[in-house]
Design a protein around this ligand. Sequence first.
Ligand SMILES: NC(=O)C1=CN([C@@H]2O[C@H](COP(=O)(O)OP(=O)(O)OC[C@H]3O[C@@H](n4cnc5c(N)ncnc54)[C@H](O)[C@@H]3O)[C@@H](O)[C@H]2O)C=CC1
Ligand SMILES: O=c1[nH]c(=O)c2[nH+]cn([C@@H]3O[C@H](COP(=O)(O)O)[C@@H](O)[C@H]3O)c2[nH]1
Ligand SMILES: [K+]
Length: 503
Amino acid sequence: MAAVREIEDGFPATKLFNQGFSYTYDDVIFLPHYIDFPTDSVQLNTKLSRNINLSVPCVASPMDTVTEASMAVSMAALGGIGIIHSNNTASEQSSIIRSAKSHRIPFASTDIPFVSPDDSISSASVFETSPCVFVTEKGSKSDNKLVGVVDKVTWEGLADKEARVSSYMEKNMVTLPNTYKFEDVAGYLAAKNLDIVPLVSGDGAVVDVVSKADVERIKGFPKAGVPSVGEDGEFLVGASIGTRDTDKERLQHLVKAGANVIVIDSSQGNSIYQIEMIKYAKKMFPDLDVIGGNVVTMYQAQNLIQAGVDGLRVGMGSGSICTTQEVCAVGRGQATAVYKVSSVAAQSGIPIIADGGISNSGHIVKALTLGASTVMMGSFLAGSTEAPGAYQYQGGRRVKKYRGMGSLEAMTKGSDARYLGDTAKMKIAQGVVGAVADKGSVLKFIPYTMHAVKQGFQDLGASSLQSAHEMLRSGILRLEVRTGAAQVEGGVHGLVSYEKKSF
Ligand SMILES: NC(=O)C1=CN([C@@H]2O[C@H](COP(=O)(O)OP(=O)(O)OC[C@H]3O[C@@H](n4cnc5c(N)ncnc54)[C@H](O)[C@@H]3O)[C@@H](O)[C@H]2O)C=CC1
Ligand SMILES: O=c1[nH]c(=O)c2[nH+]cn([C@@H]3O[C@H](COP(=O)(O)O)[C@@H](O)[C@H]3O)c2[nH]1
Ligand SMILES: [K+]
């Protein structure tokens, strides 16, 4: 870090954020500082909460169109984490956690087909999602007795497609434990010259099937960080809960299923309900990190810190699908919220998650520099291969649904207890239902995004998150508000046409 500036230029954060304005990421811009290290030496390792370390500061939001098992596995493989949503029953949420934690490599097959020995395979369509079909006694995944496997090549060579599977299945298949890391599975396939290998759990259930093509695909992705793995050797997975009485029982199920961290999910976290839930969770599970929120003020943060949270989630109305500020007239510009909350949380060593409003790598640089330890993303991750739901076509574009958890549609689907059970039976939406474009795999675009973030840190002269936070608080880093015209100038302008490709 270079010496403190002697020439007064720009504003220190304390001055900029105390003028009575609510600023968001696009309103402010950092002034560049001094570079004395290469981009690659920037360290993005961080804390999600008091006891959870991550090598990549990215968190997938607990939303039903963003984070289920596939997203959680890929985020952990990258070095971040996913928080499984709670717009479902406690047992559904627990089984998503179990599924995520049973994987040690990003899903190869999302939908593995199973048949029984007495079935016949009459159409090649079963091989669309998997290079092979597994044969279990009852023909289902929940049935743990794997008795054979049929690969596509063998099936294609069959003269009689109506023949019973038991007559041609491979009975002596090689399997590997699902606890094997990607490198181990890849090494095994190469050493034994195998095309596919099923991964099975301790009780014999097929968890995944990995083919040579999967290995090549995963190897082709750039590396972001060190995978997020707990002491048990499994990927770290988080889960959200609400603040109703029934959420206490949900919490027990989630902990049993192996959730490594709990996020109490509310738009206005500073409530008697949440404070009671924090105290309950910390009393029942003292070793479990509990993240509270959402908060946007120092006062809200102070209350939840006193109640015992291990992390705070910051943002009210900043999300791309949020209408809270319009509906309730409450919230805060996200840059101001992150700065203000982190300035009190830092005094207690509580990490901050900047939640919502991230639409490019520059927003991540701003959030992390303004005091956040991680960013939580909804729309940025929605539309990816790993997001729940199927792709659809809208106006010729491939899209996936993305919706607010406070949208009427999401509330009707799962949060009935929260809304329909209330004495006031009127439901008011605080979010919308929409769609986002196909972005491909998070395994590809998150590493690129993190590299862009490192470039931003290098321009600031901050070689780590800790260094950026210190430089901000000590007034070394300077900012300014961008006028409307400056924001236009900072974007692409004056061209008849252009194509924007980020990497
Ligand atoms: N970050 C943001 O800006 C926003 C996020 N959201 C998302 O939408 C979803 C729903 O959020 P909220 O509506 O804030 O959910 P919430 O469950 O916190 O609150 C819904 C209503 O239930 C009440 N409530 C909660 N616990 C209670 C209890 N034990 N007894 C009696 N009443 C109780 C609350 O006071 C509130 O009126 C969440 O997933 C949240 O993240 C919604 C709006 C804004
Ligand atoms: O006002 C809201 N109404 C909603 O229905 C809603 N659903 C989610 N969220 C919040 O938005 C965050 C995701 O925001 P982004 O899409 O901008 O990443 C999420 O992480 C949440 O904090 C909501 N806010
Ligand atoms: K919004």
